[in-house]
Every structure is written in C-alpha cells, then in structure tokens.
Design a protein around this ligand. Sequence first.
Ligand code: MG
Length: 319
Amino acid sequence: MSRITIFEVGPRDGLQNEKQPVSLEDKLWFTRGLVQAGARELEIGAFVRAERVPQMADTDALYAALAGKTGGLGKARAWALVPNEKGLERAAAAGARNIAVFTAATDGFANANIGMTVRESLALYKTLIPQARKLGMRVRGYVSTAFGCPYEGKVAPAKALKVIDQLLKWDVEQVSVGDTIGVATPGDVTKLMGPLMKRVRGKAALKVAGHFHDTRGTALANALQALELGVTTLDSSAGGLGGCPYAPGATGNLATEDLVYLLHGMGLKTGFDLDALSTLSVEMSRRMNRALTSRYVAAWAAGRARAAAAKSAPKGSAP
Ligand code: MG
C-alpha cells in the first residue's frame, strides 16, 4: 500500500450547507483548482430538489461547464448525489458518469435526511442502481451514521454492516462508511471496518471508503485506523469545509490538507500538491467569507504571514 485515494467532497459536502449562495463561477473555479491541486475523484454536486438543498441547484450547469476537453476535469472523475429516479434522469441529461446513492445505518437519520426508512431506501436503490449501471454509470453508496446517530445514539456494528453488505451485493463501485456526527474512535472503526475488510479482501478492498468527521477531534485517528485495516480510499473536504444539515452539531469534514500532510509524512502518495491545495482553500474561504477548520492550513497560513512580515520589515530595524 503506497498510494491512497483521496475522495474530495468539498464542492458538494463542503458547500451544500452554506446559507450564502456560492456562485457557479466560484464552484467552477474551486473544482478546477482541486483538479489542478491533484484531486482525481471529486464529488461536485447533487441532483436533489433545489428547494431542499438550494446550494446544489446549479449542479446541472456545473456539469455542463466542466464537460469536454476544455472543461477542466482532465482525468479526474466528477461524482454527484442522486436520491431517486428523477435525480437519475437529471444526472443522465447532464452527462454525469459517476453517481452516489445515499442511505444510513439508522431510520432516524434516514428519515430526516432522505424522508425514507433505511429499508425503503434500499428498496429504491435495488432498482435505481441497475438503472444507472445500464446507463453506463458508476455508482457509489454512502452509509451515513454508521457509528452513531443524532437521533438514535450509538450504532451497533452489526446494524451498519447489514446496510453496507446489502449495497456491496449490488453493483456499486464503492461504499463509503460515514461517521456523520463524528463520534467514532479508532476502537469503533476496528469493530465495524475490521469485519468489513475481512469480507472484501484483496482487490475488493477498493470497494470500501472511510468518511470521517472531526466533530470530536478523532477524524485523523480514525482515518489512520481505517488504513491499518486495509482501507485505501478516504473522503475529505478541502479546508475542512462542510458538515451535514440534518446532523445537528456535525460540523467538520476531515480536512483534505490535514489528511494529505499525515499521509505524505508517512511516505504514502496521494497525488496532491499541498501548497496548491492550501492556497486554493484559503482563497475559497475568502470568497465564501467563512473560516476554515483545517489545522494544517492554519499553520501554513501563519508561516506564510510570518515570512511575508519578515520580508517587508525595514532592514536594520530593531529586532
Ligand atoms: Mg461529510
């Protein structure tokens, strides 16, 4: 294991809760910048009802602008959430090749997030996934609240595994296991993802991703634990942007910069240029008028400010 795939969720998970509309122009700039900084898997939008998630209303336009040789995606793959058949139609019309369906380990969260029970959502995806596959699309599955739920509390590993197993049985490229409210510790990661990775041994290990939130400061530790268990894809958001509107208190996606710094320090490859990525996140936060949670970016920006101050200080002045 020398290369880790970072699944960049900033343009979707990072922006979807922003109350102030982010312009299409800024979304495009951000997405293209992420590709230039090294992102190869990016979640850029959601084909959901605009009145439900207003920030994602222009996903179709975003795809149109990114299409073709000059769109700026290059070899990167753009993904978008699809909640139902209507969303699939929109995805197909927009030329989306990679979609994600999303459910949860708990009914409480599924009801709040998608207005269905877990069972109802799986019944829907049982037909939606083959439809998407027939259209030549790749499908990713999200299982939210895999460790804990804002409505139901701690989630037993067996309960989450049941949902993950069901998605894996269908023709999905990958299932992303989500700690939506950031309650897991590495021990919890082992209890759930240990048995899971035993089931998907070898190349099939690519079928599992970890999506950790840093709400209680455990996201990096959990990511590291997932790596130890054989996971090679981790979800993160540039600058640490985003959370989830239906998970109270769930601020803080794991920041891509913090993850990249850790992985590069361990001698693992990600393909990301950390300077380019940090520069991008700082500018994006300026455009959004929103503070970043990435610890790496904070240290990096402080270092840059010190260097700039030293450069502009008059020569020969008192220390
Ligand atoms: Mg997230």
